[in-house]
Ligand binder design. Structure first.
Ligand code: MN
Length: 290
């Protein structure tokens, strides 16, 4: 017997702040709202904004990460990325970059050069996905997932597409490999579409309306830039679109381990944060040119 997953809250984007000079983000959690979203630790949402043309790309300079994964999902605009493990690439609309910082990495994230020169609309999501203790010090890894490579499920009657970034939707297996069970989809739905999602009741689950206007479980209405947070009750989610809509769906099994966080480091114990700071200061995260 499947029951509808209860909507806990429909959340407006919190006041934005700048990350470097290239990302204007609404932090839905953990700062904006104290919602439980483990294994997702942080969600920075760059709602759509216009950047004016410039010859010097905006962004964030070289900085470290340890103990988790950063997942960048592009909707508009383009971001160029370089890291100290030698990986680089451009994240274009529809692409997903899944970077496992794990034991430690340095990276920089800037608007891609041509996008910077032309300017235009820019819209991105960046998630921090936590790692279980046993993987926090594993080797860094990088999955550049182009839009064209993302496995997808076509809804009947050309009502839209569900892109399976991670997890499994009706037998379509997600493109990203994950360390813990995670369902992550981009739903690109036409007006009047109906889609049903399901997730375990104890998974932490939310969706963001990237664009459009949807009805959730028959009664909850959410529009562009709002997040729907679900309670640990029930397993099925019914989405109906009132106009063409793009929705990011996130659901994951909680890791349920202690958390110690300082800046870009996400560990289990305070002494591991001390170690991360020391390792960073002594060059153990490698080297990356500014
Ligand atoms: Mn970063």
């Amino acid at each position: 017997m499947h029951t509808l997953k209860k909507v806990a809250a429909i959340l407006n984007p919190p006041a934005p702040h700048m990350v470097g000079d290239g990302f204007r983000v609404h932090n839905f959690f953990p700062s904006g709202y104290k919602i439980k979203m483990d294994p997702f630790y942080l969600l920075d949402y760059n709602a759509k904004i216009e950047f004016s043309p410039t010859n010097s790309p905006k962004g964030v300079g070289v900085h470290p990460h340890r103990g988790f994964e950063t997942v960048t999902i592009a909707y508009q605009g383009a971001v160029a990325h370089h890291d100290s493990a030698g990986n680089s690439g451009v994240i274009y609309p529809g692409d997903v970059q899944w970077m496992t910082a794990a034991s430690g990495i340095l990276h920089k994230e800037y608007h891609e050069e041509n996008f910077s020169k032309k300017g235009g609309p820019f819209q991105m999501v960046q998630l921090w996905v936590n790692l279980p203790a046993k993987y926090k010090m594993s080797t860094p890894k990088y999955q550049a997932i182009a839009h064209s490579q993302i496995a997808s499920f076509e809804l009947p009657d050309q009502k839209g597409t569900i892109e399976v970034i991670a997890g499994n939707y009706k037998g379509v297996k997600g493109s990203a490999s994950t360390f813990t069970p995670i369902e992550m989809y981009n739903l690109r739905l036409n007006a009047g579409a109906k889609a049903t999602l399901s997730s375990n009741s104890h998974y932490n689950t939310a969706l963001i309306v990237i664009e459009g206007n949807i009805t959730v479980n028959g009664t909850g209405h959410a529009a562009t830039n709002q997040m729907v947070h679900f309670a640990h009750e029930g397993s099925e989610i019914e989405i109906e679109t009132n106009e063409n809509s793009v929705v990011l769906f996130l659901s994951g099994e909680p890791i349920n381990e202690p958390i110690a966080q300082y800046g870009p480091f996400l560990m289990n114990k305070p002494e591991e944060l001390q170690q991360a700071i020391e390792d960073y200061n002594t060059g153990k995260f490698g080297y990356l040119e500014e």
